[in-house]
Write a protein that binds this ligand. Structure first.
Ligand code: SF4
Length: 154
């Protein structure tokens, strides 16, 4: 059994900017074999739900009203990292494309639905701290990494 920090919205927690969630069956099924630890870096950073959507523009997180919310995003990323450290997490599974949780691809800051290479603030901090980070499209990779880790611990 591994401990996996998971974006709360993937587990059905209504913490998204629009007050909804995006439960994912494969993510929920992981709970049969692993301990899942929910985080929501945007809520953890003090932002309300619902909240205006935000995107990363030139290194800053700006919401659709033009407010710089970088400080809240960074604080939320640090809290999510702290949760992972306290729980000795083996891996992190984050919601794709989010300005905080997205790994590898995020929106380009124009609020036009255009994706560019990049990481959200929390994904970036987890990667910097050498956590294995996956998104919900990479569950096969996550499971393979956990099996490798269990094998190397034997
Ligand atoms: Fe989901 Fe992460 Fe956005 Fe919270 S910050 S709603 S966990 S994608």
């Amino acid at each position: 059994m591994s401990r996996i920090v998971v974006s709360g919205c993937l587990l059905g927690i209504p913490c998204r900017y629009d007050g909804k969630s995006c439960p994912n069956e494969r993510v929920l099924k992981l709970a049969e074999k692993h301990t899942l630890i929910p985080v929501c870096p945007e809520q953890n950073g003090g932002l309300s739900t619902p909240r205006p959507p935000a995107e990363i523009i030139e290194g800053k997180v700006i919401n659709k009203l033009g407010t710089d919310v970088s400080e809240q995003y960074l604080r939320g990323a640090e809290i999510a990292l702290h949760v992972a450290e306290l729980n000795h997490a083996d891996a992190v599974l984050l919601k794709a494309k989010s300005p905080s949780c997205g790994k590898g691809r995020i929106y380009d800051g124009t609020f036009s639905g255009t994706l560019i290479p990049g990481n959200g603030t929390a994904a970036s901090l987890f990667l910097k701290n050498r956590y294995p980070v996956f998104n919900e499209e990479e569950i096969d990779l996550l499971e393979a990494a956990l099996i490798d880790k269990e094998d190397s611990n034997r």
